[in-house]
Design a protein. Sequence first.
Length: 172
Amino acid sequence: MSHDEFKKYTTKLSKEIDTYCTENKFRIDYIVPILRSGAVPAVYIANDLNIIKFAPIQVKKMKKDGKKLHIVLMNTLKDLDKNKAYNLLMVEGIFTSGETTKTALAEIVKTLPNAKILFTCVCVRGKDNLPKNVQASFYGFDSPKEKLFVFPWENVDQKETHPDQLEENIFF
């Protein structure tokens, strides 16, 4: 994906989210990027929508003893008032199986049970699988699962061979 394509999709998302918020009188309190994939799209969307506050969450898929696990590495939402009903925009880069998003959503609901959540991602692989337990979902484009997708700041070799799911590369 080129930077121009990326910008086109984040602008599309920003417009759709803005329209939704206007029509539903929904003011976003915090952008919640799912790190790392959601970090850059979240910044673009936040700038477009003039949203200042971020509360990132980091969920990491890792391999341990031959099993794939999704673990929460960071949850900055714990610093917020858990009794308040925040309006959150959760941002992911690529939504494929949904396991990372499900883990992040469960953590958000556990941390802020009164929160109302919007979800957005640049690329979805199977729009019918978008999370159902959110106020609304938005996506830039739907891509076939078998197509390798690379953001402008990534490279193909790193995407295919980077050992970032190994436990020893997460906890050291």
